[in-house]
Write a protein that binds this ligand. Structure first.
Ligand SMILES: Nc1ncnc2c1ncn2[C@@H]1O[C@H](COP(=O)(O)OP(=O)(O)OP(=O)(O)O)[C@@H](O)[C@H]1O
Length: 445
């Protein structure tokens, strides 16, 4: 059972005391208040998984608090406490966003039952959030291992650092596995089971990054038609990966620095400070010190995030990993594509090991995937691999029996090759630069 952050809102001191006692004994982190104003204040300060709200709060009505809490932190599950077990009040509470209700007087068992049920819902929500983050389903990367001594040291340091709260700075060329490391660190850390979010700075248009991270109030800017809690609040208790942090705009860097130093921030369009308990992992494939020298990255922020730097070696520096990785991918991708391919020919193996892999593990994975989809023999041959003397005639054409992704990748590659800049390529393709960035990442371009 995971520990939940629970808010109790009840004007009866006895109920606050017994509920707090019962929930704390179960290992939950409990805050109890007696009125709606304090409840809103506490909910602003940190985010809760669950709130028990009494419907009768002296002169005030707990019912009015439900939409306020629900719009402020949409993931907070609200359970109403009522002494008047009328169906109407329960239905009304549910309509306003409550997840359940409990009737006074209640027993510790009833409280435990409801809390466990909510805990299971939060667990499922966390899993869905992780899937939505584009975290790949279990695959070869879940067994992070290496035959290379340098890489083994990096894995070992990452394991040790995972247990601490320290910020980790993952450095390495594109496709070396920085996101894979971040995910592993989250799982090795005590925060596993709590949400993990990934914000890729270049994937969010520059003017929206601040609100994406810190959230905004309704009406904070044109188009802000409802409250947005922000990714920091959404991964309360968990881990946030800031991918390509070197691309973060300077004003957002200033806000991030303050959040790292004080654990507080404000949503756009609000003055009230909020608190969040989130571990930051930063990743970059550019030289941040160079960006500092160029005035594009704050020096103070650089020192703040450079606590435990981990440099992930490119694939060409660990050639002993190429064939085991290729074989892992082959097994996994054959299963996914209902193919049965035994392995690689001798020549294909030689080709794989001698290739430079500028796109690193991502490029290797994509090469194997393509060969699995397009290959016809029972072993992958050099000619099945991109760059491995592929006869032009075998390049897929529109209308061929190939997945859409193969055509999309080829088209994006060719447009990039035929244009002077990525900006021009995105104009030709009719997609914004942030989308092009994401597609390039998927295809290892
Ligand atoms: N050690 C590994 N084992 C298996 N798969 C891996 C490993 N490292 C990377 N991969 C795979 O390679 C691809 C790229 O990995 P990842 O996205 O983590 O790289 P990255 O360094 O974060 O790239 P970028 O700098 O472009 O964000 C993914 O498909 C991932 O699953």
């Amino acid at each position: 059972m995971i520990s939940l952050g629970i808010l109790i809102v009840d004007d009866d001191a006895n109920i606050r005391k017994t509920l707090s006692y019962c929930l704390t004994a179960e290992g939950h982190d409990v805050t109890a208040v007696s009125n709606p104003a304090d409840a809103v204040e506490e909910a602003r300060r940190r985010s809760f998984d669950l709130a028990f709200v009494d419907l009768r709060l002296g002169e005030e009505n707990g019912m009015d608090l439900i939409p306020v809490l629900a719009s402020d932190s949409p993931w907070t599950q609200i359970v109403v406490i009522t002494a008047h077990a009328t169906i109407e009040s329960a239905v009304d509470a549910m309509r306003r966003g409550a997840a359940d209700y409990i009737v006074k007087p209640f027993t510790p068992d009833q409280v435990r039952f409801i809390t466990q049920r909510i805990g299971r819902i939060r667990n499922l929500e966390t899993e869905i959030a992780v899937l939505r983050e584009g975290m790949p389903p279990p695959g070869p990367e879940d067994r992070l291992h290496s035959r290379n001594a340098g890489m083994q040291r990096v894995i070992e340091t990452a394991r040790k650092a995972a247990a601490s709260e320290a910020i980790i700075l993952l450095q390495g060329e594109s496709g070396t596995g920085k996101s894979v490391f971040a995910k592993a660190i989250h799982h090795w850390s005590p925060r596993t089971g709590k949400p993990m979010a990934v914000v890729a700075c270049p994937a969010v248009p520059a003017d929206l990054l601040e609100s994406e991270l810190f959230g905004h109030a309704k009406g904070a800017f044109t188009g802000a038609i409802r409250h947005h809690p922000g990714r920091i609040a959404a991964c309360e208790g968990g881990t946030l990966l800031l991918d390509e942090i070197g691309d973060m705009a300077l004003p957002v860097q200033a806000k991030l620095l303050r959040f790292i130093q004080e654990k507080t921030y404000e949503r756009l369009g609000e003055t009230a400070s909020r608190k969040a308990d989130v571990r930051i992992i930063a990743a970059t494939n550019v030289d941040l010190e160079k960006r500092v020298a160029e005035g594009r990255f704050r020096e103070d922020l650089f020192y703040r995030i450079n606590v435990i730097p981990l440099r992930i070696p490119p694939l060409r520096e660990r050639p002993e990993d190429i064939l085991p990785l290729a074989m892992d991918f082959l097994v996994h991708l054959c299963r996914e594509n209902f193919k049965s391919i035994l392995g690689f020919t001798r020549d294909a193996e030689k080709f794989l090991v001698s290739h430079d892999w500028p796109g690193n593990v991502r490029e290797l994975r994509n090469a194997v995937e393509r060969a699995v989809i397009l290959g016809t023999g029972n072993r992958i041959a050099t000619t099945d691999l991109p760059g491995g003397t592929v006869p032009t005639a075998s390049a897929p054409a529109i209308g061929d029996r190939v997945p859409l992704s193969v055509i999309e990748e080829l088209h994006i590659r060719r447009v990039i090759a035929n244009t002077a800049s990525l900006q021009e390529a995105s104009e030709v393709l009719g997609i914004d630069p942030a989308t092009l960035w994401r597609r390039r990442k998927v295809y290892g371009i």
